[in-house]
Design a protein around this ligand. Structure first.
Ligand SMILES: [Fe+2]
Ligand SMILES: [Fe+2]
Length: 321
């Protein structure tokens, strides 16, 4: 993936260093704004996924870069706590039903309702561009949790992830299914192509998963994040599929969404009970973190959804330039 363009002093200096056009990382400097923060964090995190074209893989574990990343994470976490409050200790036995309460209390905007009934072809295409940043690596951030678990929660996570990865069949991988949707819209299927096109809220959605997934100490939060996603997926995906059919989308175009209607009705139960419930029983001190992860997932997604809908309601594009 090509290094993106800068969005401020910190992301600019970081990108210059990775591109070997400068030597000093922007440590100790506050990001200019959320665009600068989220892009800089995204650039740091991508080194742990598929990396950047022309950038030495060794940067992933460079101590100075990790120091900068920790500073950026401090800013990100402060924002998350403003949005959702801190993790609160709960009885581990209550985790599955508290997750259901968190999901039921979600007051995010109904992007799915808009896409089902009203979105234009151009707006749906923009939605797909935004979502491509995640869906082309769907499931990867949650896979970081696998080696950090044992026994029943590990088996439950594997059961979900195996479906996400198509049971080992390339064409069934959700990452691959999404390419069919992108192809129908005539989009570039290359991983990461649209990072430059999306704003901070989209990058934050992705950064949240890496912020949880890359740190073993946040293993509870990444599981709660996954549960929130699985528990809020089935109905919106039905709406996305129907919206795309309304616009003339064929079976290939809607396959990604149709697949999630059935799969996530099952994943929802596995995630709440077998995964998060048994994890909380095994590591009761992290039970509250599971719920915090779920709250953060929904809150950060809601910020993104509000931004996209607001742009469309103003008659603007939801993409950068
Ligand atoms: Fe999926
Ligand atoms: Fe799923």
């Amino acid at each position: 993936m090509k290094l993106p363009g800068p969005r401020g002093a910190v992301s600019g200096a970081l990108i210059d260093v990775l591109a070997a056009e400068a030597t000093t990382l922007p440590a100790g400097r506050a990001p200019d704004d959320d665009e600068d923060l989220q892009l800089a964090l995204f650039v740091c995190y991508e080194l742990a996924y598929r990396g950047w074209d022309g950038v030495d893989d060794a940067w992933e574990w460079n101590p100075a870069l990790l120091g900068l990343r920790a500073e950026l994470e401090g800013h990100f976490e402060a924002g998350l706590r403003e949005l959702t409050g801190p993790p609160v200790a709960v009885d581990p036995a209550d985790v599955p039903h508290l997750l259901a309460e968190v999901v039921a209390a979600d007051d995010g905007p109904s992007l799915s309702g808009y896409l089902r009934g009203r979105a234009s072809y151009a707006q749906f295409r923009e939605f797909v561009i935004h979502r491509s940043v995640y869906h082309l690596r769907e499931a990867d951030p949650h896979s970081w949790a696998i080696p950090r678990l044992a026994g029943r929660p590990k088996a439950a996570l594997i059961e979900i992830q195996a479906d996400e990865y198509g049971g080992g069949v390339t064409s069934r991988m959700h990452q691959e299914l999404f390419k069919q949707t992108m192809r129908w819209f005539g989009l570039d299927l290359t991983y990461g192509t649209y990072v430059d096109s999306v704003g901070a809220p989209t990058l934050a959605v992705n950064n949240l998963m890496s912020f949880f997934g890359l740190h073993r100490r946040r293993r509870g939060a990444i599981l709660g994040h996954l549960a929130a996603y699985e528990m809020t997926s089935s109905l919106p995906n039905r709406a996305y599929g129907n919206g795309l059919r309304r616009l003339g989308g064929d079976a290939g175009a809607t396959a990604f969404y149709d697949e999630h209607v059935e799969a996530d009705a099952v994943h929802e139960q596995i995630a709440a009970h077998d995964l998060c419930g048994s994890f909380a029983a095994a590591e009761p001190e992290l039970a509250g973190q599971v719920l915090w992860g779920a709250r953060c997932a929904l809150a950060v997604d809601a910020c993104w959804g509000r931004e996209v809908l607001a742009a469309w309601q103003d008659g603007r594009s939801a993409l950068r330039d």
